[in-house]
Design a protein around this ligand. Structure first.
Ligand code: COA
Length: 378
């Protein structure tokens, strides 16, 4: 134990096992949610089914899934007074993740069960959060564009309603399926930075909203969820397939990080990136802009050849969202719209076997200083 601690100082807790978990596992290049491989879930499940799986440790039966969908539909409508207040908040020059962090915090004020420690009330809070985080992201865009707010359809999935409320038009069923798969792929990822943040906050026995707001703050950073947005900005900056290889080589020579590459845990590739790569290829063709995929593939080859690094979930998801006509700064809020389901599973797991997180810091500062009055300080 002492050896692990010594190795972890200032190393981002690399190699530290901070808790036991039964939610998702990563073994080499295999990711499972509750024992099911991500490839199988992406191919065969829906996001709602995955939410049920993450929270209940088993796949739902037909009537359980139908009940969950009904509950999520029922809870997706945002409180009217909150929407009014959100309309007054700044959106121009504001990062949507900063707006979302604030909006989710405000949402708690309209949730009479936000402070409850009773299991059924906490389950309803979780349902509300899963339904309302994507609704908030779509609302942000409508407000930012000065467009009318679109009410969600009560008989539709989270994926459908996100696209419908974002654009205000009936979404292409193929894109709904693609988006649903993206939500599945992003739903959980063992003890990632934001899930850990959620667990740290929950470990003080703080409320669910506080833990989710902590997680949103952690996800926002470019080394975590914020990378997907940076990937698309990088592709735009590079501009053409011809420029891609040289751009990457120069960036690596300058010791710059290439967004969407590398991972603390996966050293032999991220299975989600493989699935998203295929989706990116198909969708960029469908949208008539295959060069975004071609550039991505060229960058992928170059980073692998030059640095031995493989793409992570954020690399090919960028061109998938871009091909769907989603504004670039909404990519990370979309990540949050999915990952909230995993955060909630982690918060409940933390509550169920809690001990407060309280690591130690190794002292490297000065010692034994003598206090001096203000007028004697130099
Ligand atoms: N581009 C270029 N070099 C990278 C890199 C990247 N994306 N990711 C890691 N490296 C290099 C580091 O510079 C370091 O090289 P060095 O040993 O020559 O100094 C080495 O690989 C180890 O990287 P490190 O940052 O210590 O790994 P980590 O485990 O602490 O960080 C990430 C993991 C994901 C934060 C890191 O790979 C990264 O910053 N990636 C880009 C951001 C991103 O895509 N985040 C989303 C993660 S899902």
């Amino acid at each position: 134990m002492a050896e692990v601690y010594a190795g972890a100082v200032d190393k981002g807790l690399e190699g530290v096992v901070a808790c036991t978990t039964g939610i998702s596992s990563i073994v080499d290049a295999t990711l499972c949610y509750r024992g099911y491989r991500i490839e199988d879930l992406a191919e065969n499940s829906t996001f709602e089914e995955v939410i049920y799986l993450l929270w209940n440790d088993r796949l739902p039966k037909a009537e359980e899934l139908s009940q969950l969908r009904q509950q999520l539909n029922q809870f997706q409508e945002l409180p009217g007074p909150l929407v009014q207040l959100l309309k007054e908040m700044p959106t121009q020059g504001v990062h949507p993740m900063a707006w979302l962090r604030t909006a989710v915090s405000m949402l708690a004020l309209w949730d009479g069960e936000s402070q409850s420690t009773e299991a059924e009330a906490q389950h309803r809070v979780a349902l509300r959060l899963c339904a309302q985080v994507p609704a908030l992201v779509a609302l942000f865009e409508r407000i930012r564009q000065g467009q009318d707010i679109v009410a969600p359809r009560p008989d539709q999935s989270i994926a459908y309603n996100f696209l419908y409320c974002l654009k205000g038009t009936e979404p292409d069923p193929e894109l709904v399926k693609v988006f649903d798969t993206c939500l599945i792929l992003h739903a959980d990822h063992e003890l990632n930075c934001s899930a850990f943040s959620a667990r740290v906050t929950a470990s003080s026995l703080s409320d669910i909203y506080s833990a989710v707001v902590s997680a949103i703050g952690a996800l926002k950073g470019p080394l975590h969820g914020g990378a997907n947005e940076q990937v698309m900005l990088m592709l735009k900056d590079i501009g053409s397939l011809e420029a891609a290889k040289t751009w990457v080589k120069e960036a690596l020579e300058q010791k710059k990080k290439i967004m969407g590459f590398g991972h603390r845990v996966y050293k032999n590739g991220d299975p989600r990136a493989k699935i998203l790569r295929g989706m990116s290829e198909a969708l960029t063709k469908k949208s008539g802009e295959p060069h975004w995929y071609q550039m991505s593939a060229a960058i992928d080859d170059t980073v692998q050849a030059e640095k031995g690094l493989l793409p992570n979930v954020d690399f090919y998801s960028a061109t998938v969202y871009y091909s769907m006509g989603i504004p670039i700064d909404l990519y990370t809020p979309i990540f949050a719209s999915s990952r909230v389901s995993g955060w909630l599973a982690h918060i409940f797991e933390q509550y169920s076997k809690n001990r407060i997180y309280r690591p130690r810091g190794e002292w490297v500062g000065r010692e034994g200083l003598a206090w001096k009055p203000l007028d004697q300080r130099t």
